[in-house]
Design a protein around this ligand. Sequence first.
Ligand SMILES: C[S@@+](CC[C@H](N)C(=O)[O-])C[C@H]1O[C@@H](n2cnc3c(N)ncnc32)[C@H](O)[C@@H]1O
Length: 261
Amino acid sequence: MTTVREAAHRLEAAGVASPLHDAKELFRHAAERSLDVNELVAARAARVPLQHLLGSAGFRYLDLAVGPGVFVPRPESELLVDAVLNAIRDVDRPRVVDLCSGSGAIGLSVAHEHPEAAVDLVESSDDALPWLRRNADGFGNVRIHHADLDAAPDDADGAADVVVSNPPYVALDERDLVDPEVRDHDPGHALWAGADGLDVIRRVVARAVTLLRPGGALVIEHSDRQGETAPAVVSAAGFTAVTDHLDLTGRPRFVTARRPC
Ligand SMILES: C[S@@+](CC[C@H](N)C(=O)[O-])C[C@H]1O[C@@H](n2cnc3c(N)ncnc32)[C@H](O)[C@@H]1O
């Protein structure tokens, strides 16, 4: 029987970023479910994402079901939820649209932490939808739209208080920079966004112009290489108060702005 320490060494040798943490999680999971821990460790050493092996990902107060076909939510995206909650703090029954929802991490967190909000979740992927539906089960204040971000919701033009999005934003030439867990297991439609990685961000910004009420807030995640280019896209669309924000590691991570009144 492998020990936690041996498993951690194996994961470290395979290039896993947090080997001891992952080994402990796999041992805990195997014990709880009577699974073969050696198989789990071998899969993790082959760089299958930890969250796929556990079947879930923690995000703020939620435990989201994830697996093949859906993007694994990242800790840095938790900050976007704070920005949304801040923007709707004084709004009566706010309306929030989460474009490119994936597992629902951002939109469902807003719905959970601000139960008076009405949240529209827009996701185009057939493969992500089952995960999104499963995670949204039991929420009374969300609507799921299986649609392109240009097409839904079709009843919110000029009425949204906040548009939030963590869209695909990896440039095509950054393929060699991403970890095997991401390259081989996150869905391609969740990652790639043209030569400069801004193709979908441009579309989100254009859509937000239509969806937001005057004075409404825009919150968009971007890569740490887009700390100047993503805000420039937002400014060029006529938004005001364009501000870029760092993540917990001090890297540029998301932009906020207001639609002019
Ligand atoms: C980086 S993932 C983020 C998922 C989730 N918001 C999160 O933070 O974990 C981007 C998501 O956008 C979806 N997507 C890509 N293009 C889209 C489009 N044109 N319309 C709607 N969803 C889209 C992908 O399927 C994927 O689920």
